[in-house]
Every structure is written in structure tokens, then in C-alpha cells.
Design a protein around this ligand. Structure first.
Ligand code: NAD
Length: 301
């Protein structure tokens, strides 16, 4: 018997990356799945977002595991679209046991030159989108006196980075929001926990603009990105971590094994937050020729 047998899990940002991995992992453990995604680009985001084809492919993977899947296009900035997904999920599956508020975008800009639109889009998706997702799904959990939220924050909820004011503010806010939801929902037996990932191996990191930003030079490869990220980690030899690392942590929080875990802030970062700053001598794979960081910043172009 799977660890989530008979449960229904709803995951935002499910077309790819961590959202898709959550869907696969939860389905393999017996859950029926609802996934939603914006499936179009946002002008202020410098890399492509998930697509309808990717969302459908994840739904097919879930179905091939023998589980049911509802896959809907919805922007977490729209309460109306989110409410429509919740209504469809409740109509098709009768309940929602687990909500993973995962959808998010990334960007880098000095706060002095950041546009209002960049700020509004990032806060709108990464922070307000979580409030709207919870607002839409919590009432049915309160009614059933059962449920659980797993909210994706980041190590950016604990520390600042330069040119990261909107992302850092949003992720710090996610912790405050999750704690607020937690105190309100605990008496209704609805658990709220957050996950704080370090750099994860998804397209959010492994895209041309972000590879250059991570490595600090133009034309950086995927391996250059991993090499740069090894400077972040304390555990031996880790580049960007697999999405499965986060999905496994979420699986525990979603399962009955965590029935008394409420208000946890689970860090999945290969020890990054243990480090006082920068790991100057990360373990690189044998013979990897590390090109020095040249201070190149694609966001300044
Ligand atoms: P990703 O870009 O691979 O996937 C994110 C998905 O969210 C995409 O499919 C995208 O289309 C969707 N999305 C974006 N805006 C949306 C919106 N307005 N409405 C609905 N869907 C939307 O990124 P990922 O790495 O899987 O990121 C997932 C979450 O993890 C995000 O909240 C991100 O901030 C957080 N996070 C990522 C990392 C990392 O290093 N990748 C680290 C810490 C936290």
C-alpha cells in the first residue's frame, strides 16, 4: 500500500520542475492528482515558463501509474482561475487532501532599477499566489476537518542575495503567510508546513540566462552552472540538487507519518544554510576544469 493511498493532491506549477516531480512521486504512492500551471510566459521573466504540452505529458505519466489526473491551465495570480480548478477537483474527486503551493518564478534585478512590473509579477506569483491558492482550497478542508498544505519557500526565505530584493521579500513573506495559515487552520486539523529548497536542478536554474548568472560568464553550460552551485553547498560534491530531493521531503510531510507535524520549515539545501558564507573549495568532479567567475552579469546587458 502506498504512503498516500486514497488521497487527492493538488499541485500548482505542475507542468515541469518540482511540481511535476511532486505529481509523479505522489501518484507513485497512490494519490490521485490535480495539476495546474499558467502554461504561458510572463513578460518580465527572462526564461520560458511551462507549456500546455508539458502539463499534459505530466498528466499522462500520472495516468500511466494507474492514478487519475485533472490537469488545468490556471494562473495563480487569478482567484477566479484558481477557484475554477478547485471546483473541478472537488467535482471529479470529491475532496482535496493535500495542496502543494509550488508555482513560482525567478528573476534578478537591482532594486534601484527593477521595474514596478517586475516587482508586481514576482510578488504576485510567489507570494500572493500562495494566499490565493490557500483561499481557494482551505474551505473544503475546514469542512472535512482534515487536510495539509505544503508550501514551497526557498533558502531565500532566510537570507538575502544582491539583486534579489523581490525574490527575497516574497520568500520571507511566504514564511509569514504559512505561519499565519498554520495558526488559523490548526484548530481545524489542517496542517501547514513549508519546504525551503536550495538550488534545484530545474529549468528555473538550467536556462541560458540563469546558467550565465550562476557561473558569472557568458555562454555557461549546464556543468558550469553545477560547478558554480557547488560553492553553495556544504555536503560533498553537490551541484544543483535533484527535484526528487524536494519531492521526497514533501512526501513525508504529506503522509500520515507526519500527522503531528505542523508549522515545520524543512530545509532541503545540502547544508547551504550551515555555511557562514561561500564555500571556496567545493569538491568538483575529477578533472573538471573550473573556469573562473569573470563577474559577467547577463541581467546588466
Ligand atoms: P520551474 O520554472 O521549473 O517550474 C515552475 C512552474 O511554475 C512552471 O511550470 C511555470 O510555468 C509555473 N508557473 C510560473 N508562474 C505561474 C503562475 N503565475 N501560475 C501558475 N503556474 C506558474 O521552477 P521550479 O524550480 O520547479 O520552482 C518551483 C518552486 O520552487 C518555485 O516556487 C520556486 O521559487 C521554488 N524554488 C526553486 C528553487 C530552484 O533552485 N529551482 C529553489 C528554491 C525554491
Amino acid at each position: 500500500m502506498g504512503r498516500l493511498e486514497g488521497k487527492v493532491a493538488y499541485i500548482t506549477g505542475g507542468a515541469r520542475g518540482m511540481g511535476a516531480e511532486l505529481a509523479r512521486t505522489f501518484a507513485a504512492e497512490g494519490a490521485d492528482i490535480v495539476i495546474s500551471d499558467i502554461c504561458e510566459n510572463i513578460d518580465t521573466v527572462r526564461y520560458d515558463l511551462g507549456t500546455k504540452d508539458e502539463l499534459e505529458a505530466v498528466a499522462e505519466e500520472v495516468r500511466s501509474l494507474g492514478r487519475r489526473c485533472v490537469a488545468e491551465v490556471a494562473d495563480v495570480r487569478s482567484q477566479k482561475q484558481l477557484d475554477a480548478v478547485t471546483a473541478k477537483a472537488l467535482q471529479d474527486f470529491g475532496k482535496i487532501d493535500i495542496v502543494c503551493a509550488n508555482a513560482g518564478i525567478h528573476g534578478v534585478a537591482k532594486f534601484t532599477t527593477m521595474t514596478e512590473q517586475q516587482w508586481d509579477d514576482l510578488l504576485g506569483v510567489n507570494l500572493t499566489g500562495i494566499w490565493k491558492t490557500a483561499k481557494s482550497t482551505a474551505p473544503s478542508m475546514i469542512e472535512r476537518q482534515s487536510g495539509c498544505f505544503i508550501i514551497t519557500a526557498s533558502v531565500s526565505a532566510r537570507e538575502p542575495l544582491p539583486e534579489y530584493a523581490h525574490y527575497t521579500t516574497a520568500k520571507h513573506g511566504v514564511i509569514g503567510l504559512a505561519r499565519s495559515l498554520g495558526v488559523e487552520l490548526g484548530p481545524d486539523n489542517v496542517r501547514v508546513n513549508t519546504i525551503l529548497p536550495g538550488p534545484i536542478d530545474t529549468y528555473l536554474n538550467d536556462n541560458p540566462v540563469n546558467r550565465d548568472w550562476a557561473a558569472g560568464f557568458k555562454g555557461a553550460t549546464t556543468e558550469d552552472m553545477h560547478a558554480a552551485i557547488r560553492n553553495w553547498h556544504n555536503l560533498r560534491g553537490r551541484g544543483a540538487l535533484p527535484a526528487k530531493a524536494v519531492a521526497n521531503a514533501a512526501l513525508y510531510l504529506a503522509s500520515d507519518e507526519a500527522e503531528h507535524v505542523h508549522g515545520a520549515e524543512l530545509v532541503v539545501d545540502a547544508g547551504h544554510l550551515l555555511l557562514p558564507g561561500f564555500n571556496h573549495s567545493p569538491v568538483q568532479p575529477e578533472g573538471y576544469p573550473r573556469r573562473p567567475n569573470e563577474g559577467y552579469n547577463p541581467y546588466a546587458d
